[in-house]
Ligand binder design. Structure first.
Ligand code: B1M
Length: 209
């Protein structure tokens, strides 16, 4: 599809207004939201590859990410569409030291779409902040995202803090993000690892039912 291809290309160039306009056009033309999402993800994937090969640098990646998040905002109502009573409550955030939020935002949208209430703590979330949010909101699940191998240990720090506060049995802990694995989840005592946003939403629903 030419339109989706165009979205991917504009995203790679970090052209936020164009990405927003084209995404809106795709929506009004009745394209499937998951296809539109794939167009956006495709653009981010190309940027990711170029970043790895040192063909683009942090500023380019940052403006592409901004365009990605703006595009995601356009399809957000479609991904979240359902309008049912929340089946459970999730607290989500990217762990301390980590500023990557695209995957986390996607997980949030899919979870809302699955009928869960989601409280988003944002990025660079310290264990203290997670604990305060658990105490205040009494969620069923904590969902943590990490994109850096150096910030993955901060997931364990949150689990340790939950244990210290006697809260570990009160919540299920879900983790994810590109470098995270099932093995790592078992190692740190998380309840579930999921590979992508759709399965995170599915598993979250299973855990609260
Ligand atoms: Co960064 N970055 N980055 N970056 N960045 C990576 C992650 C990297 C792999 C690139 C590379 O070198 N190949 C690399 C990490 C290497 C490593 O640790 N092994 C890296 C690096 C090194 C860095 C910096 C250190 C660079 C520097 O400054 N020298 C720096 C660190 C900043 C910090 O966080 N403290 C940095 C900065 C940035 C930007 C700010 C420029 C930007 C982020 C902007 C933003 O998020 N608003 C950025 C980006 C965009 C990327 C890449 C290119 C793309 C990440 C992304 O959004 N992917 C990334 C390269 C790559 O991954 N190919 C890279 C799309 C997103 C949809 O996928 O987040 O994996 P993802 O989410 C998936 C699943 O993982 C899952 O669901 C989603 C899909 O369905 N999932 C979950 C995610 N979270 C989940 C939580 C769950 C469940 C599932 O909970 C239950």
């Amino acid at each position: 599809n030419e339109l989706l291809q165009n979205i991917s290309e504009k995203l790679q160039k970090g052209k936020m207004p164009e990405v927003v306009a084209l995404t809106e056009q795709a929506v009004s033309e009745g394209l499937d939201p998951s296809d539109i999402l794939n167009g956006l993800l495709d653009g981010m994937g190309v940027i990711g590859e170029k970043f790895k090969k040192n063909e683009v640098f942090v500023p380019e990646v940052l403006i592409a990410a901004r365009a990605m998040n703006a595009g995601l905002d356009v399809i957000k109502p479609l991904l979240e569409e359902q309008g049912v009573e929340p089946v459970g409550k999730v607290i989500i955030g990217t762990v301390k030291g980590d500023l990557h939020d695209i995957g986390k935002n996607l997980v949030r949208m899919m979870m809302v779409g699955a009928g869960l209430e989601v409280i988003d703590l944002g990025v660079d979330v310290s264990p203290e902040k997670y604990i305060a949010a658990v105490e205040e909101n009494n969620p069923d699940i904590i969902a943590m995202s990490a994109l850096l191998t150096t910030t993955m240990p901060n997931m364990k720090a949150v689990i340790d803090a939950l244990e210290e506060k006697g809260l570990r049995d009160k919540v299920k802990v879900m983790i994810g993000g590109a470098p995270v694995t099932d093995n790592f989840a078992q190692e740190i005592g998380a309840d579930r690892y999921t590979v992508d946003a759709a399965s995170a939403a599915e598993i979250a629903k299973e855990l609260v039912l």
